[in-house]
Structures are given as structure tokens and as C-alpha cells.
Design a protein around this ligand. Sequence first.
Ligand SMILES: [Ca+2]
Length: 412
Amino acid sequence: MQTTRRTVTAGLLATALTACSGGGGSGTSSTQVTRARAVPNPAFDAWVAAFKPRAAASGISQATLDRAFRNVGYLPEVIEKDRNQTEFKRSLEDYLAIAASDERVRLGKSALRQHGSTLAAIEQRYGVERQIVTAIWGLESKYGARRGDIPVISALSTLAYDGRRGAFMEKQLIAALRILQNGDITPDRMTGSWAGAMGHTQFIPTSYQAFAVDFTGDGRRDIWSDNPADALASTAAYLQRNGWRTGQPWGMEVRLPAGFNTGLAGRGNARSAASWASMGVTDTGGRPVPNHGSAAILIPQGASGPAFVTYRNFNVILRYNNAESYGLGVGHLSDRILGKPPIQAGFPPDAQGMTIDDRKELQQRLTAAGFDTQGADGVIGSNTEAAIAGYQRSRGLPVTGQPSMALLQSLR
Ligand SMILES: [Ca+2]
């Protein structure tokens, strides 16, 4: 969950985005964590005892409290995760390498086919295009594969007790109890990420309360079920309620004219598409940037990296998760799922002077040399760092665990 302003947000990109090279230090998905284990903690128990009257004062019945807290415990692992969120430091290039990896694009195309009629019905009702809903699903839970299996009441109680964001977490906890009281789900099935984000598209409880819908018509808003219909419809409802404009793109990659004043970039500098077009901003095919109303230019890695125009719908996606990289990840993945091409512009080399191809080659060569990086996606994560350290140790080199061109040269 983000620490920046995040008010009505639902999803948590942290849940699904783990580099194949083990870089997702965030790795919030419980699938990587195995089942979280509660440990005895008298101070936590005292906090729960003191919390219950506050919950009751908010309208939670004694019966609900009894059911909800029957198996609740303190989860130290949740606090560990809360202290170690690293995903927001990633470059856009790294982020997109994970968010729109070949695998995630392939699975997205397959999900679009497999759930085509459901997605079409959702699109019909809420006016949100199927590829957008599918891309959010892909980022939030890898199309349902990583919904999280941490008990939500335990996770939120642990976070509320911990107090780093105690008031926010207590509010989420009360909302989670209301969901149980409403009968949408039972306590044992109410699972999610370490941060209490639930189901296929990782709704936090307050977002669930505000936006979740029963699309299947069985009387329950079941975003946890193997059947993703309620979760996907809830996501579409969320976007619709936040102002989605049917038929408009989120944005697109663009070409900037030579000498473009980069000071004009940024979401705070929106202007008409016609105005950008008159400055010479074009799509990647050289045509004037299309007019979909107010538009901003984003250059997340500076003038030597790719540039994007973003429209109103991009800002709607950010209501789901207020990080530009997330918005670009959803937008780009949605395009790729439809068969559109990868980002056309190159990214600048990283701080070590390495391009993504250099980093992939480094991972391939380390693995071939017996130091397994667990894949070669060009994203340097903990597995790659461990492999580098192992290689350096074996060669009697200073052990830094950090990539460099010199290291790559030594492996060639
Ligand atoms: Ca339902």
C-alpha cells in the first residue's frame, strides 16, 4: 500500500509485482510467503480487547465480533512486510518489465478469451473496456493466481495494533467486520494480502464497501471466489464511479519534437491535445497526437526515455492506485493484451551504465556459470544480487552483490 496520498484507492500493485529474478522485495502475495503464522502476543491481545467496544460502538454486533476474532492472532510477518516496501523505487523500465512481462501479456490474452462473455457483459453494464479490467486483474493478482491467503482480520488487527498507520488500519478493520456482518463472506474465507487487500483485484475493505457489486446475482459480493465475475465487475464499477469515459484510451506512447521543453511534462501541466499537436507531439506513427480532451505528457525517465500522453481515463486508473508507474503499467498491459506492440522508445542506461539487454545478459551468464538468478528479465532483484555475490565470492572478488559492466565483462 502506498504511503503517498491514497484515499479511496482499492488495489495494491505490490501484491502481484514480483520480478522473476526475485526483485519484488515487496512480495506481498501470501503465495510467496506461505501461510502467515500467528505468534502469542499479550499486548496485541490487550489491544484487541480494547478495540472490541470501539467496534461495537460502530455497529458491529457481539456475534460478529465473536465469529471474526475466534482465530485471530498477531502476525509478525505482516509488520515485516509493512516495513520493507521497496517496489516504488523501481524505474519505469523495471516496473514495466515486470508489469507487462511476456508471461503476464500471454496470460492476459488467455484470460480475455476464457472470460470473454463475462468481461463483455461487464463492459456492457459499466462501460469500462474489457482489456482495462483484465489488465488491473493481471497486475493485482496475476489474474486471480495470487489473491493472497493471509487472514484479513488478523492482518488488519496486527497493523492497527502496530500503529504506524493505526487509525487508517482500524478503519479498514471496522469495514472488514461490516463485510462479515453483511454475510458476503465467512471469516475463514476472508483472506488477502498482508495489507488487507482482498480478492482478484485486491480491494481494501473501505473500497469494497463503497464499490463492490454482486454481478452473479446470488446476493453476495464475492470477490474471493474462484469465479472472478463479482471482482471484475466491482473493478469496473469502481472505475465507472470515478469518471471513466467509455471509448477513450488511457493514453499512448508519443514522440516529442526536438527541443521539447521538458518543463511542460507532468500531470499538473495538462492542456488540450490540439495544443500538444501544434507543438509537434505525435503518436509513434508520426500522426498528430489524437484529441481526447485534456492531456498531459509524461516522461518518467527523462527526455532520453519514452514519452506518453495521458488522458482523463489515466487519472481514473490512478484512483485505483495513485502511482504513475501503476497507471502506465495498467495502460500498457491493456494495450499489449489487445496485441499492440511493446514500448517503442529505448530506455536510458541505469546508474551503472547498463541497459536492460546488458542486465539480461548478466543474468543469463551468471545462471550459465552456476549462479542461478531465477530467470533473466533484466530486473535486478534479491536473487540476482545473491547470484552476483556468490559469483564474486567464488572468484575472490570484493563481494558487493551489485551489477556492473566490469562484472558483465568478466563473465563474457
Ligand atoms: Ca455474487
